[in-house]
Design a binder for this molecule. Structure first.
Ligand code: SF4
Length: 558
């Protein structure tokens, strides 16, 4: 096993026996095998695009398969066996059609030298055979073949494409399909089949993945706001009420919509967990009086918080952990999330809502949740709310009431070093504004930051994918202040990375030419010293230091 694609890789190097996340060796090999299979499929998709032979279903399949490999999404060997099988079958089908179309157009056979990914066939759909093959085609193998620096950047590209896959799945759920993004997935995956790529060529694609990640996030934000209304500043209660409840975790607003529609008037309350807290800010959900509160904090708190909830728990997107016995029998997954033996709620049928009746029946028999805390958080500074504040914030900057905006975004995690984000937020001087997105906010959401000229000092823009909201707001602020470049804004980015979607935040900033961003609590383990040096030279990328020294540097604009 060799996996180092998240911030919790063992000793910030690599998980080599079993994953800190709970990923077993066989699942790691199956994921390597799935990536191998997808590269072969992508190779033919790239070739077949000009003949219009790549179907929407194949594109959607590829996005789902990529999403399944994002950290903490899917731990089911059965699912990976099916995905590998489908990838190979789809590759074979496109290959056959492409070769015929090519022959017809060029009056000769396609003669490009093929890599193993484009040719490999299985004898039978067999978990052990796929696992064994995965052991010989994964990231560790590439490490032996490729130049280490090129390999490091190519892995960055692959992780970015996994993040893009997850966004494409969310977008497809909202009926948004982007041909450009699917094309990029094909291009990026098949590009990694070349053994003679240069650093410059890989970096170009890595930066492009950041640009596309940002546009995928913006598409999702637009679709969510169109369907559920523009998020508005909202106080979210943290207390529990007298009814039994269902706890929903993850990011999927359509799942939350379906769940609320089916629980309204049943005497079952719905609570949010993790990034699902953002649902409270959408007008479409405010009409449901049974969406009562947020319960608990970020994803990694589930093992201590879920047992106390007493009712069923639905995990809609990533961030599932190995369930404890205390709540295993009332945990459900849906979408691309899976854990062996955890019941899975099937996808919605066309034109219908997802069927949550099984969960609702369990909730009816459950005890009310045990109260964890009381009070309220303020959330809901989506694009419309931030836009409304732009002139006020610009005026406060001009009047030197706001010295700097600190963007503290990203994902939370288990490392104790992450207390840095709590201490940093609390130690920032009162003339700084903090904008956040993602679940790192749970590190400082309880703190009372006060206001500057009537502007709340802490502005929560939403989920990780609402990073695009922050960028759009900053572009508006740049215009309002008549500044030539985004880098001229008094803004510092400090990104708490965890998995492949937060990698996209960093790459999005590269694509915009932003300098001086901090990434922590540790730098990605897959970066080699030479790649770090390259990114430091080009983008002034930094790791985190002490709270005091980082605040001093950020206030000085570095
Ligand atoms: Fe380790 Fe992260 Fe890979 Fe899990 S996803 S095996 S924690 S590096």
């Amino acid at each position: 096993m060799f996996c180092y694609h998240c911030q919790e890789a063992k000793k910030n190097l690599v998980c080599d026996k079993t994953g800190i996340c709970g990923k077993k060796e066989n699942v790691s090999s199956l994921q390597d095998m799935l990536m191998f299979s997808l590269k072969g499929l992508a190779f033919y998709c790239t070739q077949a695009e000009e003949f219009g032979l790549v179907s929407d279903k194949t594109n959607q399949f590829m996005a789902k398969a990529l999403f399944s490999m994002v950290t903490n999404v899917n731990f089911s060997a059965d699912d990976f066996v099916s995905l590998i099988d489908e990838a190979i079958r789809r590759r074979n089908s496109i290959r056959q059609q492409f070769l015929a179309a090519y022959q017809q157009k060029h009056e000769q056979a396609f003669s490009q030298t093929l890599t193993e990914e484009a040719e490999w066939q299985y004898d039978a759909v067999d978990e052990q055979a796929f696992t064994d093959k995965g052991k010989n085609v994964g990231v560790e193998k590439d490490n032996e073949i490729l130049d280490p620096d090129i390999h490091a950047l190519q892995e960055t590209l692959l992780y970015a494409v996994k993040g893009l896959g997850s966004l494409a799945v969310h977008n497809a759920e909202m009926n948004i399909e982007s041909a450009e993004q699917y094309h990029f997935m094909h291009q990026a995956l098949s590009f990694t089949l070349n053994k003679d790529n240069t650093i410059e060529a890989v970096l170009t694609l890595v930066v492009q993945s950041g640009k596309l990640g940002l546009s995928a996030m913006a598409l999702l934000e637009k679709a969510n706001s169109k369907k559920f209304g523009a998020p508005a500043p909202t106080k979210v209660h943290l207390d529990t009420l007298e009814n039994p409840g269902i706890l929903v975790s993850g990011h999927d607003l359509r799942d939350i919509d379906d769940l609320l529609a089916q629980t309204a008037g049943t005497g079952i309350d719905v609570y949010t967990h993790g990034e699902a807290i953002s649902a409270h800010a959408y007008p479409a959900f405010k009409k449901y009086f049974n969406l009562v509160a947020n319960y608990g904090g970020a994803w990694q708190a589930q093992k201590t918080e879920f047992p106390k909830f007493n009712g069923p728990i639905l995990v809609t997107t990533n961030s599932i952990q190995q369930p404890k016995k205390t709540y295993q029998d009332r945990l459900f997954s849906t979408g691309m999330v899976a854990w062996t033996d955890v019941p899975h709620i099937a996808d919605r049928k066309p034109g219908q809502r997802k069927d949550f009746s099984e969960i609702i029946d369990i909730a009816k028999q459950s005890e009310v949740p045990t109260t964890l805390t009381e009070g309220a958080y303020q959330i809901g500074f989506g694009l419309a709310a931030l836009t409304e504040l732009t002139t006020k914030i610009a005026d406060a900057i001009k009047a030197e009431k706001i010295k700097r905006i600190i963007v503290l975004t990203g994902t939370d995690g288990r490392h104790k070093e992450r207390k840095y984000y709590t201490e940093l937020a609390q130690a920032l001087p009162e003339n700084t504004l903090i904008i956040t997105a993602g679940d790192v906010k749970y590190r400082f959401l309880t703190h009372d930051f006060g206001q500057i000229e009537g502007i709340p000092r802490l502005l929560d823009a939403g989920q990780s994918s609402d990073f695009s909201v922050i960028i759009s707001f900053l572009q508006e602020l740049q215009q309002s202040l008549a500044l030539e470049a985004l880098n001229d804004l008094p803004v510092s980015f400090n990104i708490s990375w965890y998995e492949q979607k937060t990698i996209l935040m960093m790459l999005a900033l590269f694509s915009l030419g932003f300098k001086n961003m901090r990434v922590g609590p540790t730098l990605p383990p897959f970066f080699t010293p030479a790649i770090l040096e390259l990114l430091t030279d080009k983008y002034a990328l930094k790791g985190i230091d002490t709270v005091e020294s980082d605040i001093e540097s950020m206030l000085a604009g570095s």
